[in-house]
Design a protein around this ligand. Structure first.
Ligand code: NDP
Ligand code: 2IT
Length: 445
């Protein structure tokens, strides 16, 4: 990295001590920006990068609630309103015991560029809590969500900040959060949250969008080499919202998906994953991946090693950050992987990404490859604003076009900056430019 960007990065580290994944996400973007700053001295003069790395607002709050045994529990809530140059802050809420300020800031920072790539007029934000929904009753989840919203409601709004789901936050949680927002404000402000139920303001395709979009992005990358999903052997990690619909779309396109995972281990199913069974086990029963193996004779549960030990030609990491490291990348390459698309946010470590690029794999970074989720959230906002509900096909067609445009813009930008096929560079520069230009126009704020 050139000296100026190095010094900005040092500043980020000094100002945000111990926030490792936030540092990692910032470094990954700054690493791409040298050439664009050289071409645009006005960005540097206006201190765009220094302003971008500082969230516009950070809200941290106490979330007290009472569990089913009558015991008082206390969690910590976060909402990081990172950048609103392009529109209201937009991004998910994560409920997971690992959540801390560093994770929420990394996710919020990524979201700025991802949302810019969609071209839909949405800024970047993220929130969540260290609350662990696993093993909690519906009533406990409801009481937690109500307490969380009792603070969050004063910071969000259709034109201010629009949360959605992420790890541990799906349709059930969005329902409880929306109910409490409506009660506190006495407003049916449908556009304040996305991922809503289909009967009360939700959009068709939002549930499927992130996984579908990731596969569509990979499909566009493969088309540049005259390849397609048909006949590919695909390994997927995770067994949540993103993983399930990535599996479904890859199989619709003719691939065989042979794996998925959760934090208890990974499953290999050489006959191809039965996505309806997986959905039944994970979405409806809220079970573990072992429940799938119990009902599918061709499937095997592995509780040591890594899901990336499974040989494949296409790898779709759809679980969590830094789940695919250098050793896993090496194994995948040795086993013949050709395409990697990040369904999760920052699942591949920097060393893994470097190896994939050296091996000339097609590598789609999360901020481009998983943008279909937030893009469909913006379509949900559009439907809420016009009080319409579009049919599945119309919404899916829009998602398909958005993913194709994101792919093409990343590819063209990489080429413009002299590194064809480098989707990391393309995504970072294309996203950055759109935000930087808006910030320039809007003055020093
Ligand atoms: P879900 O909560 O539906 O599923 C998460 C899956 O990942 C589960 O199988 C979970 O296993 C596994 N997982 C989570 N944390 C860990 C961990 N620390 N170690 C091992 N496994 C883990 O979340 P989503 O599918 O919505 O999100 C998955 C990824 O996709 C995240 O990175 C998220 O930020 C990203 N993403 C999500 C979007 C969305 O629209 N939902 C949009 C764009 C990106 P277990 O149940 O055992 O914890
Ligand atoms: O990481 C992400 O893009 C999401 N979790 C989806 C955010 C959204 O607002 O739909």
């Amino acid at each position: 990295m050139e000296h100026y960007l190095d010094s900005v990065f040092d500043h980020v580290r000094t100002l945000n001590p111990g926030e490792d994944v936030f540092h990692q996400a910032v470094h990954e973007v700054l690493d791409s920006l040298g050439p664009v700053l050289e071409r645009h001295p006005e960005y540097r003069e206006a201190r765009i990068v220094e302003r971008l790395i500082e969230p516009e607002r950070q809200v941290i709050f106490r979330v007290p609630w009472v569990d089913d045994a009558g015991e008082v529990q206390v969690n910590r809530g976060y909402r990081i309103e990172f950048n609103s140059a392009l529109g209201p802050y937009k991004g998910g809420l994560r409920f997971h015991p690992s959540v801390n300020i560093s994770i929420i800031k990394f996710l919020g920072f990524e979201q700025i560029f991802k949302n810019a790539l969609t071209r839909q007029g949405i800024g970047g934000g993220k929130g969540g809590s260290n609350f662990d929904p696993r093993g909690k009753s519906d009533a406990e989840v409801m009481r937690f969500c109500q307490s969380f919203m009792t603070e969050l409601y004063r910071h969000i709004g259709e034109y201010t900040d629009v949360p959605a789901g992420d790890i541990g936050v799906g349709g059930r949680e969005i329902g409880y959060l929306f109910g409490q927002y409506k009660r506190l404000t006495n407003r049916y402000e449908a556009g304040v949250l996305t991922g809503k139920g289909l009967g009360w303001g939700g959009s068709l395709v939002r549930t499927e969008a992130t996984g579908y979009g990731t596969v569509l992005f990979a499909e566009s990358m493969m088309a540049t080499r005259g390849e397609a999903f048909d006949g590919q052997r695909v390994a997927v990690s995770g067994a949540g919202n993103v993983a399930i619909y990535a599996i479904e779309k890859a199989q619709q396109l003719g691939a065989t998906v042979v794996s998925f995972s959760d934090s208890s281990g990974y499953v290999v199913d050489e006959d191809g994953v039965d996505v309806d069974l997986l959905r039944q086990v994970k979405e409806i029963e809220r079970g573990r991946v072992s429940d799938y193996v119990d009902r599918k004779p061709s499937a095997e549960l592995v509780t040591d090693g890594s899901v990336w030990d499974v040989p494949c030609t296409v790898a779709l990491p759809c679980a969590t950050q830094n789940e695919l490291d250098e050793a896993a990348a090496k194994t995948l390459i040795d086993n013949g992987v050709k395409v990697i698309a990040e369904g999760a946010n920052m699942p591949c470590t920097p060393a893994a990404v470097e190896l994939f690029q050296e091996a000339e794999c097609l590598f789609g970074p999360g901020k481009a490859a998983n943008a279909g989720g937030v893009a469909t959230s913006a379509l949900e906002m559009e439907q809420n604003a016009s009080r319409e509900q579009w049919p599945f096909e119309r919404t899916e067609d829009k998602l398909t076009l958005i993913m194709k445009n994101i792919h093409d813009e990343c590819a063209e930008t990489a080429e413009e900056y002299g590194d064809p096929g480098n989707y990391v560079l393309g995504a970072n520069i294309a996203g950055f430019r759109r935000v930087a230009n808006a910030m320039l126009d809007q003055g020093i704020i």
